[in-house]
Design a protein around this ligand. Structure first.
Ligand code: DON
Length: 593
């Protein structure tokens, strides 16, 4: 979990200037041929370890970690949301993308978030029942366990059910985010009951959050599989809860939902150290396409020979062009034709590269226009985890309910927060969403369509090592993963990948965004002289979890982002993640290059 692009609620003011506390969040080991789990919360990492110890494989562990995150980070992801699970089956060599993204209900229409004058009713796609898409996570967990796991779904869900029954301590992020969404949460008694005190304040840090209704919903899923959520009494409660909060869900929307197995995006990135295969999420995520497009552009430069200023310049120019193409073309592949082959073609990238001037920024409005609209980015929450098992199976998964606590609506009797992922659609073409992203009719709302996402669970395989990586962070997810890949492909380990200072360009606004300390005054000055402008983000962003596998000896190196409270554990013997760490808000760093 944790903040993404969040100028509107600064979680990290308390953390500003905090010294590095890497030891608590990063574990590495030289033990060969073991498993590793890296997730955003120690209890979720423990759940994954437990399932591996009980004979589960990486896919069972992915079910356990996803479900545990739904319990311990109700602000970030959950049964009321969705996500992408990128799988690698070692035996078959197959890479598979499980698309458990939310879907627009059948009664959704392209103009549902506009008033009669065509103006956007912006809260409507973010707060309340109308903001919620039909959840995909429960169906994805069932699909994963039934098709890829070795244990039963009930066994995989057991640790999460225990966490919901026994309670987990409220941590500072959860507390801050509940405070941030307090007024919304108060509108819905089941939401307030879950996360606020009787006086309407967020539960204090350290309070035990016990979630008996969520435990029951998980039990229903464990017992009856997909029908335990999408049909029967749970489905009835979900629909009633959504509609009483202004939504348009029907029982049929729920029973019609199914996950889609998709071919992930894949391509090559060439460096002097060798060729790297990059596998990442395809549509309805923009992640894989943008990563391949930016890497194709950057493969024309000798990255390791560039100084910091030129690295930032060229990466920002590559991002600018890829985010422009996202705005122009991308949406749900089941609804729109997209020029995917072109966007990921090295020749197309060569053309884009030719438009980049070595020492001068290209103004975004000099590119073929998509829009000139601009809106300040906003942030939310979401989560990522990475897993490797001793058989070499891998999972990278990024899961979300979009903004903190999603739509703010808990469907009464279920303990489940409904997402507000509908805001990832273009409420109106060329009008920015909550992350300042613009898109066209390719991403307009349509019944049964999945909103365009930035979530980018990714594998990168080079001659010697493989990286399993991803992060939350709204529109910045893709640039964070790109920077992590650049670190990895130029010799970095898991810790380098997750900890370095971050910068970002998304075409509009036409500015390089950067974390505190990520760009030195000297580098900024030089970039300014090239024509770049800046938008300093006043807090650290992202919560990346990475595992690096050494092909020769099976050695694993895993790291959780020091900006969050997550835990990376190598090996399954015992639990190396202490739950007590999870309430420490200040366990973040100010690390920069
Ligand atoms: O799918 C997406 O791109 C967004 N709903 C992800 C939201 C997110 O990462 C929030 N971050 N902290």
């Amino acid at each position: 979990m944790r903040t993404g692009n969040t100028p509107w609620y600064n979680l990290t003011s308390a953390a500003a200037g905090i010294v590095l506390l890497l030891a608590a969040s990063i574990q590495a080991s030289a033990t060969p041929n073991k498993a590793a789990v890296a997730s955003a919360h120690p209890a979720a990492t423990q759940a994954g370890q437990t399932i591996l110890q009980r004979g589960g494989n990486a896919f069972d562990a992915a079910v356990a970690v996803s479900a545990a995150l739904a319990v311990v980070e109700p602000q970030s992801s959950g049964l009321g949301g969705g996500g992408f699970w990128l799988l690698h089956q070692n035996e078959s060599g197959r890479n598979i993308m499980i698309d458990g993204r939310e879907e627009a209900p059948a009664a959704a229409t392209p103009r549902m978030y506009q008033n009669a004058d065509g103006e956007i009713k912006k809260r409507a796609s973010r707060d309340g029942g109308l903001a919620a898409g039909i959840p995909g996570e429960p169906a994805a967990l069932v699909h994963l366990a039934q098709n890829y796991g070795q244990l039963s779904l009930a066994e995989d869900l057991a640790p999460a059910i225990e966490l919901a029954q026994n309670g987990v301590p409220v941590n500072a992020d959860m507390h801050h985010l509940a405070n941030f969404r307090k007024d919304l949460l108060k509108r819905y008694p089941a939401s307030a009951d879950k996360i606020l005190t009787k006086a309407g304040e967020p539960l204090p840090v350290g309070t035990s959050l016990v979630q008996p209704q969520l435990a029951e919903t998980l039990q229903s899923l464990a017992q009856d599989g997909k029908a335990g959520f999408y049909d029967g009494p749970v489905a009835a409660k979900l629909v009633a809860g959504n509609r009483s909060a202004g939504g348009i869900w029907t029982r049929k929307d729920l029973s019609d939902y199914s996950v889609v197995e998709r071919e992930p995006m894949s391509g090559q990135y060439k460096t002097p150290a060798g060729q790297f295969k990059v596998v990442s999420a395809g549509p309805p995520s923009a992640g894989g396409i943008e990563l391949l497009e930016t890497l194709n552009i950057l493969s024309g430069y000798q990255w390791s020979k560039l100084d910091r200023t030129h690295r930032v310049h060229l990466a920002a120019e590559a991002m600018r062009r890829a985010y422009r193409d996202r705005a122009a073309y991308l949406g749900d592949a089941d609804f729109v034709d997209m020029p995917l082959a072109k966007l990921t073609d090295p020749h197309y990238a060569a053309g884009l590269r030719a438009s980049i001037t070595k020492d001068q920024a290209t103004p975004s409005d000099a590119l073929a226009p998509v829009t000139s609209a601009y809106r300040r980015q906003r942030g939310t929450d979401t989560t990522h985890f990475s897993i490797v098992d001793s058989a070499g199976n891998r999972v990278a998964a990024t899961l979300s309910i979009n903004f903190p606590f999603g739509s703010g609506v808990v469907a009464p009797g279920t303990g489940v927060f409904l997402n507000d992922e509908m805001d990832d659609f273009a409420a109106k073409p060329l009008t920015p969403n909550g992350y300042g992203l613009v898109s066209t009719r390719a991403n307009q709302v349509e019944p049964g369509k999945r909103p365009l996402s930035s979530m980018s669970p990714t594998f990168v395989t080079g001659p010697e090592k493989t990286l399993i990586v991803g992060t939350p962070g709204g529109s910045r997810i893709i640039s964070m993963v790109l920077l992590g890949i650049l670190d990895f492909t130029h010799g970095g380990n898991a810790q380098d990948v997750v900890q370095h200072g971050r910068y970002h360009h998304q075409y509009l606004p036409d500015a390089i965004q950067y974390e505190p300390g990520a760009l030195s005054p000297k580098v900024r000055h030089q970039l300014e002289a090239m024509g770049h402008s800046f938008k300093k983000v006043d807090h650290h962003y992202g919560d990346m979890h990475a595992i690096v596998v050494n092909h020769d000896n099976g050695q694993l190196n895993a790291a959780s982002d020091p900006r969050g409270i997550g835990c990376a554990a190598v090996g399954t013997g015992g639990h190396s993640c202490a739950l007590g760490d999870a309430i420490d808000a200040d366990n973040r760093n100010a690390e920069t290059h």
